[in-house]
Design a protein around this ligand. Sequence first.
Ligand SMILES: Cc1cc2nc3c(=O)[nH]c(=O)nc-3n(C[C@H](O)[C@H](O)[C@H](O)COP(=O)(O)OP(=O)(O)OC[C@H]3O[C@@H](n4cnc5c(N)ncnc54)[C@H](O)[C@@H]3O)c2cc1C
Length: 401
Amino acid sequence: MYDFAIVGGGIVGLSTGMALYERFPNAKVVVIEKENAVADHQTGHNSGVIHSGIYYKPGSFKARFAKAGSKSMTEFCQMHDIDHDICGKVIVATTPEELPLLDNLYERGLENELKIQKIGAGELHEIEPHVNGLGAIRVPMAGIVNYRQVSEKFAEIIRSNGGEIKLGTKVEKIDEKKDDVTIETSKGTIKARMIINCAGLHSDRVAKSAGYKTDMKILPFRGEYYKLVPEKRHLVKHLIYPVPNPKFPFLGVHFTRMISGEVDAGPNAVLSFKREGYKKTDFNLRDFTESVTYKGLWKMASGFVKEGFDEYVRSFSKAKFVESLQQLIPEIQADDLIAAPAGVRAQALSDDGKMVDDFHIIVGASSIHVCNAPSPAATASIEIGKEVVRRIPVQAHLIEA
Ligand SMILES: Cc1cc2nc3c(=O)[nH]c(=O)nc-3n(C[C@H](O)[C@H](O)[C@H](O)COP(=O)(O)OP(=O)(O)OC[C@H]3O[C@@H](n4cnc5c(N)ncnc54)[C@H](O)[C@@H]3O)c2cc1C
């Protein structure tokens, strides 16, 4: 019998595993991951940005955990010699209409107690000479890292504490009782005192199979990227972001210098017809049917027709994708870009059609479910892991004895 079984070997499951040993040093922990490697889904297919927390509602988990998480992630990388670079980012207003939005964002950043600066076109030109902008916010504490490498280190720490990571093992059914849980997997039965669901794109299904109704569904949004050809990487010195649309803050293509030296441009956001569908042609009947018959999707879509359509156009037309990128760097041309691997975001949508904005965790009798951990959850992962462990009910302290 394990004390804790974690479903999902992404960055959130692994950070939770690490945090468990801080509170329960003698616990028996197992991480159950269906793929043959850790970090194979969202964690291994993202922009690799260490976010500052500027965008998020003051006081929200996202705002607090991104701020604390960027610090803890940076310290973790320093301590374990993981390549990272606190290169800073600029958020750029390219039209007069965006200037008041930039001001609002700056105020929000100050409310979130971030040391950011507002800069004019001249200073922006010194930092990013190829960017077209009327003004910008400079966010010096933003950085880059490879979250797959971070996750591999988290996994190593779990193993060095005696924990197990069962790869290639899919959780299929959960029978939760007051004091323990029986987990049916593709490789046999596992028993634990408590199960912690960090299943990312499948977190709603895992919660449901444990008997929890969450009033929300995970919708998979594919984000497609291009890479700059090596000869054009010099056009991007740091991280270059547009001013987000306050109604759809997750939209908007940006330029990201990756820790490998490559430069990514993207992502867009289109509904994927498969939860782990990285290609346009990927299709899964169950995933597709669940998404398109979900009332929340249609409620959301009614307020999202133009933006949703534009995202699809960008998915199929490189010329339109390039046009969006040219708003930030006018000299970018289609030949400067080659298609790059996509990622799929797990975004929880509530029955009333609202995107669940904040991280969302529910606590059951012998279970905890991380039901919504979208961006910046990789940045915030160390803090999310600690929060999950803080929420373990007091009687579980018995395990410490
Ligand atoms: C395109 C894109 C760009 C992003 N950019 C950034 C960024 O720059 N900075 C940032 O901070 N965040 C970013 N994010 C968000 C970040 O990547 C995610 O929030 C984070 O990786 C979530 O981690 P996770 O562990 O919850 O999910 P995942 O990494 O998806 O891990 C969940 C794991 O659970 C496993 N699993 C699921 N079901 C089962 C089952 N039944 N049995 C066993 N295993 C199961 C899956 O195989 C998977 O490995 C981005 C995300 C995307 C998609």
